[in-house]
Write a protein that binds this ligand. Structure first.
Ligand code: ZN
Length: 490
């Protein structure tokens, strides 16, 4: 492979040269959303981060099987082992079926992510569709002696596990401290230790989502779905597991323990975690009134927003920060990102009509090398952007006549910008899209007004010809009493 990618592995705490287990195939699992509410800024960052990784791995020539789950069962309030299921609660409040809630918010999530131009994963499994696989895994953990049953619920025996394996290796948590710090919540008396976690929970009478098992009628613990589904689609051992930093503990720590206990080996070669988004320096939360959904951002409908921000503005804003660094949302930061994004897009438009000379006044090959070095260094997008903007300054100078570029270097530069900006960073040119649609509007008005003149002169043959030929381009014209209406056919 020409591109030697280094990725920071949360488990080893260092950057490692990425070599897939079965090159050119790469297995990547990313924890997807729990679908009980509108997608928000907190969803955009992991999805965009792993979209960048997905795109870059494909660009490097790998064939990636990207699995991102939908959590539609078992994720309880406060991420705890007791309490109401997040989706069932929403269903109860809105008097809907839990699966209606899950479907509705899965659709909203897809719509928002499509606007952000993230590619769909190769497989998107649902937890509720994999109860059998989860029960099978509990059975395996049980057989190896790392689980126990109490009152129809099954728990993972963390103390027993940690006699043989290192529980806490991913998060750096120490069991004794965990023991001292875990509060005794109601219902935890059932567990042998407060740090044990549920694999299967017996459903209380009021619990709606429930399945039969040999232990009880109940539902799986939240951490289990990802272990069971990654094993099903990527095998017992796979290349990359991703998610937000907030999932390191307990979710991913528990996943490591479950796979080790069930299969006798660790499942994941490289753990990749994106950092979180804060809003004006604060953690985002409904109680703080700073909870902003993506559709509010796109429309500007939120008291904290000075204006609306386009999907590409948000994508650019997220990508300009390194995925492992915190990112603080504010109106000024988003507006600065918007200006930079527009400067980049306008340089790309200029690139198409740049005059060529005999000589090039910068080293284009070196620029290309620097861009890919930044990407290979754990997807270092801030450094990548600094090189891209060197390119932007150069393009503007050539356009102004103070620098020059030869024909073959211009082709290299165009290719570089296309590959990096559109294929790898996944940005789209909204600026030229909106300019194009303005131009299309004016041309259509001109043409259809001429057609009205033709009809007044009773030249119906030509008027019909215009309408029919437009229809072939996918434009539908309707005659109205006072003029016309046109639409792009879907
Ligand atoms: Zn997960």
């Amino acid at each position: 492979m020409e591109h030697q990618l280094f990725l920071y592995n949360t488990l080893s705490r260092k950057k490692e040269n990425f070599i897939p287990l079965h090159s050119p195939l790469v297995g990547m699992y990313v924890c997807g959303p729990t679908v009980y509410g509108e997608p928000h800024l907190g969803h955009a960052r992991p999805t965009i981060t792993f979209d960048l990784l997905f795109r870059y791995l494909q660009f490097c020539g790998y064939k990636v099987r990207y699995v991102r789950n939908i959590t539609d069962v078992g994720h309880l309030e406060n991420d705890a082992d007791e309490g109401e299921d997040k989706i069932a609660k929403k269903a109860r409040l809105e008097a809907l079926e839990p699966m209606e809630i899950a479907q509705f918010y899965t659709n909203s999530y897809h719509e928002a992510m499509e606007k952000l131009n993230t590619l769909p994963p190769s497989i998107e499994p649902r937890a509720s569709g994999h109860i059998f696989e989860q029960l099978e895994m509990i059975e395996q953990i049980f057989e190896r002696g790392f689980a126990y049953e109490i009152n129809g619920s099954v728990y993972f025996d963390v103390e027993k596990y940690s006699q043989k394996f290192h529980y806490g290796k991913l998060s750096g948590r120490v069991l004794d401290e965990l023991f001292a710090n875990t509060r005794e919540l109601e219902g935890q008396r059932e567990k042998r230790n407060s740090f044990d976690f549920a694999l299967w929970k017996k459903a209380k009478p009021e619990h709606i989502m429930r399945w039969n098992s040999k232990w009880s009628e109940g539902f799986p613990g939240w951490h289990l779905e990802c272990s069971a589904m990654s094993k099903k689609y990527l095998g017992e051992v796979f290349d990359i597991h991703g998610g937000g930093m907030d999932l390191i503990f307990p979710h991913h720590e528990c996943e490591i323990a479950q796979s080790q206990a069930a299969f006798g080996q660790e499942a994941v070669k490289c753990w990749v975690h994106n950092n979180l988004i804060t809003i004006n320096g604060q953690k985002m939360g409904k109680s703080l009134g700073n909870f902003i959904t993506l559709s509010q951002l796109f429309t500007g409908q939120h008291s904290l927003l000075e204006k609306s921000y386009s999907p590409m503005n948000i994508r650019f804003f997220i990508l300009q920060a390194h995925y492992r660094n915190p990112l603080d949302f504010s109106n000024s930061a988003l507006q600065a990102a918007e200006k930079a994004y527009q400067r980049l897009m306008s340089a790309i438009s200029i690139l198409e009509k740049l005059p060529v000379s005999e000589k090039t006044s910068i080293d284009v090959e070196n620029l290309r090398k620097n861009c890919f070095e930044a990407l290979n260094d754990d997807l270092n997008t801030p450094i990548l952007f600094s090189h891209l903007f060197e390119g932007v300054r150069f393009i503007n100078s050539v356009n102004a006549g103070t620098e020059s570029i030869a024909k073959n270097d211009l082709e290299t530069l165009k290719k570089l910008f296309n590959e990096i900006v559109f294929d790898i960073l996944g940005l789209q040119n909204e600026v030229s899209d909106s300019q194009n649609s303005e131009i299309l509007d004016s041309v259509m008005n001109l043409l259809l007004n001429l057609r009205i003149e033709l009809k007044k002169e009773k030249n119906f043959t030509l008027a019909d010809k215009i309408r029919n030929e437009l229809s072939q381009f996918g434009i539908e014209v309707k005659d109205k009493k006072d003029g016309f209406e046109w639409n792009l056919k879907k």
